[in-house]
Design a binder for this molecule. Structure first.
Ligand code: TA6
Length: 280
């Protein structure tokens, strides 16, 4: 049996794992529990990574699959001064190689609460990654308290689309969405094309959408979500972010399985948010 080749290299304090398997190649950052790159055999990288991304563990990584947890977006209420998109993407994680064979590699990981930031949320988080010619990512959250706990989260995947102009996202036709830029609710007419800054929360738990772009078609499946986020910063916002290549907006789109609509995890319960990425 050909074993996967797993090597690692430090970038600053961060460890980057590099997995070479007969079905795929992938890079995963210990910091953030963050998939950086996923290349199925014979394909180009499915994930977009900014060339200006910082990988040394000092700041959240721009590209790949950031994990937004235990909240999505700006913190609110008593957490108001805490980081956008929560702590999961800015903590080191402990990875375990669960199993591997000719078909796939299965990893699990948990965040290491080095700054004692997570205890007060009474939530335990486990990441499950199954990599083969597809990528299956699951976020398992358990409420370890006696009371219900609110949770918002997102698997914030940056897809590489080569060129944004011809790219279309199918599967959300007729779906209502919150437009975060116009601060209103609208209904999607036809397939989604990106021609300007786009930041939308689609109010749906549809199990699958399809991304058609110049380099490949990608099926994006998921479960456990109550919404899907579609984001492209376009030129001005891209320029305003130090770690986002000025022209990077031409080559990416974020399509995120998310819980943004008031999910509450009952005492002792576990909820799972997942995304499956398959190149067609
Ligand atoms: O997922 C879309 C979004 O919430 C946008 O509003 C934008 O803020 C994006 O996430 C990136 O957030 P970040 O904190 O990674 O710069």
């Amino acid at each position: 049996m050909q074993h996967p080749q797993i090597t690692s290299q430090f970038i600053g304090d961060n460890l980057i794992y590099h997995i070479k398997h007969n079905k795929f190649e992938a890079k995963i950052s210990r910091f953030g529990g963050h998939v950086l790159s996923f290349i199925p055999n014979g394909q180009s990288d499915v994930l977009w990574m900014s060339n200006s991304a910082v990988l040394d563990g000092s700041v959240a990584i721009r590209g790949g699959i950031p994990l937004c947890w235990p909240w999505f977006g700006a913190a609110s209420g008593e957490n108001a001064r805490e980081p956008q998109h929560g702590y999961a993407r800015i903590l080191p994680w402990q990875f375990e190689l669960e199993s591997f064979d000719e078909q796939s590699v299965r990893l699990t990981a948990t965040p290491i609460d080095t700054e004692n930031k997570l205890a007060k949320f009474n939530l335990k988080l486990k990441l499950i990654l199954v990599l083969d010619s597809h990528l299956n990512i699951q976020l398992q959250t358990t409420n370890i308290s006696e009371k219900p706990v609110e949770l918002s989260q997102a698997i914030h995947t940056y897809f590489d689309v080569n060129e944004i102009e011809p790219t279309q996202l199918f599967g959300l036709e007729g779906t209502d969405y919150l437009d975060k830029l116009q601060d209103n609710q609208q209904t999607q007419s036809g397939a989604i094309s990106i021609t300007e800054e786009t930041d939308r929360v689609y109010l749906t738990n549809t199990p699958e959408v399809k991304l058609d772009s110049a380099n490949h078609g990608v099926n994006i499946g998921g479960s456990g979500h109550d919404s899907m986020v579609v984001w492209n910063p376009w030129i001005n916002k891209a320029k305003a972010m130090k770690d986002f290549d000025d022209l990077g907006y031409k080559h990416m789109i974020c399509v995120e399985m998310a819980n943004t609509q008031g999910l509450t995890v009952s005492a002792g319960d576990t909820v799972t948010l997942s995304q499956q990425i398959s190149v067609l």
